[in-house]
Design a protein around this ligand. Structure first.
Ligand SMILES: NC(=O)c1ccc[n+]([C@@H]2O[C@H](COP(=O)([O-])OP(=O)(O)OC[C@H]3O[C@@H](n4cnc5c(N)ncnc54)[C@H](O)[C@@H]3O)[C@@H](O)[C@H]2O)c1
Length: 307
C-alpha cells in the first residue's frame, strides 16, 4: 500500500484512476481545483487547490508525505481555450507539480502526456513512416495542447537530469479515455456517445480511432508504480486498448480521413489499432482488460434486465 497524490483527481480520467487505485488498497490524496462527491470513498482525501500556484503546491506536496505523484491536472482538450492559455496553464502546472514533487522528496513521479504529441491531423498533412505508432515514432506537435504535453515529458527529463536515479520518473500517453459510465451512453469527452463515434467514423478519425477504458489506465498506473524501480528511468508509454474504436479495419478508414497514412496503414488489418501498447506489455506485463465490443454488449444486456 502506498500513499499516492493524484492531481486532477476530480476529472474524467482522474475519478477512475483515484477510485481504481483506492480499490487496490492505496491511500489517495486528490489535488484538484474542485472536489467531487464521486470521490467521497474510503481511502481518498480531497484538497481543493489551484496547482498553478507553485508555492502553495510545494507546501501541499511536502505535507502529503507521499510515495508517488501522478500528475493529470491540465487543460485536457486541444483548442478548448486560447492557445496561449493552454500553453501557459499546462506548462505552469508541469513545473509547479513535478518540480514541487521533486522538492518534496517524493520518490516516484508520473505524468500524463498525450498521443497528440505525434502531430496527426496537422492542417498541412501528416505522413507516418510506419503504423502502428509506438514510443519511437517522432514527436511533431502542431498545436499548443500537444506542445504542452511534450513539454511535460521534457520537464520529467529535465528533472531527471537534476536528480539522477534517486527519483524514478515515467510519462504515459493515454489514448481517448472512455469512463465506465460512457459505455452505457454518457457523453464522451467530445460530447458524442461511444456508439455515435462508432456509427460515424468521422468522429473518431481525429484521434486515429484510439481509445482506452479509464479502468485500464488505473491498472496500468498501479503496475507502473510497482515496477518503476525495476525498469529504466524516464520511460514513456502509450496506454491504449488492444483494438481500434471502429467497425471497419483501419487499413480502410485511416486513408479516407488522413490521406498521408495510405501507405503505412496497409499494416492495420482486422481490428488492429493505430497505436501499439506492446511496450507496456513488454516492460511492465500490463494488458488492457476492456474492449468496446464486450463493454457495449454488457451495456445492452443490462438494458434488457427487467427492473
Ligand atoms: N481524456 C482523454 O481522452 C485524455 C487523453 C490523453 C491524455 N489525457 C490527459 O489526461 C489528463 C486528464 O484528462 P481528463 O480527461 O481527466 O481531463 P479533465 O479536464 O476531465 O480533468 C482535468 C482536471 O484537472 C483539473 N485542473 C485543471 N487546472 C487545474 C489547476 N490549475 N489546479 C488544480 N486542478 C486543475 C480540473 O479541475 C480537472 O478536474 C490530462 O492531463 C489530459 O491531457 C486525457
Amino acid at each position: 500500500m502506498s500513499r499516492i497524490v493524484i492531481t486532477g483527481g476530480a476529472g474524467r480520467l482522474g475519478r477512475s484512476l483515484v477510485a481504481g487505485l483506492a480499490e487496490r488498497g492505496h491511500e489517495i490524496v486528490s489535488l484538484d481545483r474542485s472536489t467531487t462527491s464521486a470521490l467521497e470513498i474510503d481511502g481518498v482525501r480531497q484538497h481543493a487547490i489551484d496547482l498553478t500556484d507553485a508555492s502553495t503546491t510545494a507546501v501541499t506536496l511536502a505535507a502529503a508525505r507521499a510515495d508517488a505523484v501522478i500528475h493529470l491536472a491540465a487543460i485536457a482538450v486541444p483548442f478548448s481555450a486560447p492557445e496561449d492559455v493552454i500553453m501557459r496553464t499546462n506548462s505552469a502546472l508541469a513545473i509547479s507539480v513535478l518540480g514541487g514533487a521533486v522538492a518534496a522528496g517524493i520518490p516516484k513521479i508520473v505524468a500524463a502526456s498525450s498521443p497528440t504529441v505525434l502531430g496527426y491531423g496537422a492542417p498541412n498533412g501528416w505522413t507516418p513512416e510506419r503504423l502502428p505508432l509506438d514510443e519511437d515514432s517522432p514527436a511533431q506537435p502542431w498545436n499548443a495542447y500537444a506542445l504542452s504535453k511534450l513539454l511535460i515529458e521534457q520537464t520529467l527529463t529535465m528533472l531527471q537530469r537534476q536528480t539522477g536515479d534517486a527519483v524514478r520518473f515515467a510519462a504515459f500517453r493515454p489514448c481517448y479515455v472512455i469512463a465506465p459510465e460512457e459505455w452505457a451512453g454518457a457523453p464522451t469527452q467530445q460530447g458524442h456517445t461511444v456508439r455515435a463515434r462508432l456509427d460515424d467514423p468521422a468522429l473518431s478519425a481525429p484521434a486515429l480511432f484510439n481509445y482506452v477504458d479509464a479502468r485500464d489506465v488505473a491498472t496500468f498506473a498501479d503496475t507502473l508504480l510497482a515496477a518503476l524501480g525495476d525498469i529504466p528511468n524516464g520511460e514513456t508509454f502509450f496506454v491504449g486498448a488492444d483494438d481500434a474504436l471502429a467497425r471497419d479495419p483501419l487499413s480502410e478508414l485511416l486513408p479516407r480521413f488522413h490521406p498521408g497514412t495510405a501507405r503505412a496503414a496497409t499494416e492495420l488489418t482486422g481490428t488492429s489499432p493505430a497505436f501499439s501498447n506492446a511496450k507496456a506489455r513488454r516492460l511492465l506485463g500490463w494488458t488492457p482488460d476492456h474492449d468496446w465490443r464486450t463493454e457495449l454488449a454488457h451495456a445492452d444486456k443490462r438494458k434488457d434486465v427487467p427492473v
